[in-house]
Ligand binder design. Sequence first.
Ligand SMILES: [Zn+2]
Length: 125
Amino acid sequence: MVHRMETIGLRSSSPGTARSLSLHRIGASGGRPKAYLQAGLHANEIPGLLILHHLLDALLRADRDGRVAGEVLLVPYANPIGLAETVLGNPMGRHRSSTPPAASRGMTCRAASVQRFRSRKPASA
Ligand SMILES: [Zn+2]
């Protein structure tokens, strides 16, 4: 039964400010199997935040009862920068309004490469 919370500092956007991520580790440190869950990478997608909030409580109860096999890593708010971006009280969430669009946009589609990799014949011994 171990719950550890780590605070991971993020680069500051301006002097005198600080942001961080909270990483919860539940279960045996380094235990297997290991699961990693995060919510709010796109910070305007609120349901995941709510789910991990309640899942953390459930995992802590399960861990107290010795029912967590391995280790669970949980980051309930993966994008505190996006979470702070609001316009008229509405979360914008995906990127800072002062910078180009989120890095998760405009990515090259790798579906064809993945398909070619999957259809490779295994090397004969
Ligand atoms: Zn998303």
